[in-house]
Ligand binder design. Structure first.
Ligand code: HEM
Length: 183
């Protein structure tokens, strides 16, 4: 994944646990470079190793860390150079979820080697169902956190329930999402 993703993880860990914890985790993950380059593609293993090393260091399950990273990513991306594209892609949780593919396509203009996920969204009563397609394994908890982060972005209370898992042999992870304006 692009260095931007690893930089966001670095930012999260440094803010919450301090620079020393990040250095320990980076070394534990076998990464010798002291800094990531935003626009450079790194093997996905780099990101997975960092998550694994962080989980070991904090004694916290990887899915919990991925979910927290998802929430953090939305706020991190919002204050970065592509934040405006995200906000212009929708004015509510449901709208942004429905335009994630178009949003990543616009972002791919700056990141030509982007291998983005794909989200198919349909209405289901007062909820929406989101099918998340990716060739990368294990990131469903990241998506849960991302959707929660989107809710926070729009001041909405969001509930996310995973209703299908690729582990069960289906082609995509699916989530039912309810969002309403926080009162
Ligand atoms: C300004 C906002 C955003 C930017 C700049 C951005 C950019 C990126 C980048 C660079 C990657 C790594 C993929 C690669 O390097 O090949 C990525 C992956 C991903 N993005 Fe976004 N993204 C943004 C917002 C979002 C939002 C709001 C979601 C909400 C669901 C999302 C969902 C994902 C997921 C799930 C992945 C993991 C890759 C995978 O599943 O295969 N992104 N994005």
């Amino acid at each position: 994944m692009y260095g931007m993703v690893n930089q966001a993880l670095e930012s999260l860990v440094t803010e919450r646990f301090g620079a020393d914890v990040w250095t320990t985790v980076r070394q534990k993950a076998g990464i010798t470079d002291p800094a990531f380059i935003t626009m450079k593609q790194y093997p996905d293993e780099v990101t997975y190793s960092l998550a694994g090393a962080l989980s070991e260091h904090l004694q916290a399950p990887i899915p919990d860390l991925l979910r927290a990273f998802g929430v953090y990513w939305v706020a991190y991306a919002q204050r970065g150079p592509w934040g405006k594209i995200m906000l212009a892609s929708g004015g509510s949780t449901y709208e942004l979820l429905a335009s994630l593919d178009a949003m990543h396509a616009r972002i791919a203009i700056s990141f030509p080697e982007l291998k983005p996920p794909s989200f198919k969204v349909h209405r289901d009563g007062d909820a929406v169902v989101v099918d998340y397609h990716s060739h990368r394994p294990g990131l469903a908890p990241f998506v849960v956190g991302l959707i929660e982060g989107i809710g926070t972005l729009f001041g909405e209370t969001v509930t996310v329930e995973q209703i299908a898992s690729k582990d069960g042999g289906v082609p995509a992870d699916s989530f039912r999402v309810w969002a309403k304006k926080a009162s």
